[in-house]
Design a binder for this molecule. Structure first.
Ligand code: SF4
Ligand code: SF4
Length: 176
């Protein structure tokens, strides 16, 4: 499957489902969509950066390579925006936030609240997943179950889990 078709399938599986049935941006002043500082933003899924190649003249976003690698020769890209975007082009990470796929190597996939969002950014991420719109959680779960069948996406989810999510989860468990 071509990269564009792969991601479009996933985007379609999520569709218009949103974290709450009302506009959650009213809870926090749309904090997750504020202009970010250098080095902050949304990690792109593998090869998702290719979808932006024909849109690089759009000055509302930038894409940077990071020092997070899924393979020796394949780094993860960071998407930074200025707090506004063409919704049809927003990254997968934005579509599923405040959820994130979690999977240790060899382990099962689960969908959790993103511990990065719980650090004072998102009131939903700091809460209980059962408070989210069920339709949204189901749609993200289905989409991630489809996505993880792709080897590169699976590897990305595992690297993100081990290097970015686990340290935060361990830290918050210690503080309980
Ligand atoms: S930070 Fe959380 S509550 Fe606020 S708009 Fe983003 S997802 Fe919704
Ligand atoms: S790309 Fe769009 S959805 Fe994602 S953080 Fe920026 S403004 Fe929000």
């Amino acid at each position: 499957m071509k990269v564009r078709d792969f991601y479009q399938t996933i985007y379609d599986m999520i569709g218009d489902a949103t974290p709450l049935s009302t506009d959650c941006g009213k809870l926090c002043g749309s904090k997750c969509c504020e202009e970010t500082d250098a080095g902050e933003g949304m990690y792109l899924f593998p090869r998702e950066e290719r979808l932006y190649r024909t849109h690089m003249a759009d000055n509302r976003f930038k894409i940077y390579p990071t020092d997070l690698y899924t393979e020796l020769d394949r780094c993860v890209y960071l998407y930074t925006c200025r707090g506004c975007c063409d919704r049809a082009l927003r990254p997968l990470g934005c579509r599923i936030f405040p959820l994130v796929p979690y999977k240790k190597p060899g382990g099962a996939l689960s969908i959790i609240l993103d511990p990065r969002g719980a650090q004072g950014l998102c009131p939903l991420a700091a809460g209980d997943i059962r408070n989210l719109n069920e339709e949204f959680v189901r749609a993200v779960t289905r989409a991630m179950q489809f996505a993880v069948k792709n080897k590169e996406v699976c590897r990305f989810i595992e690297v993100q889990t081990m290097e970015l999510l686990e340290p935060l989860l361990e830290k918050s468990a210690k503080n309980l």
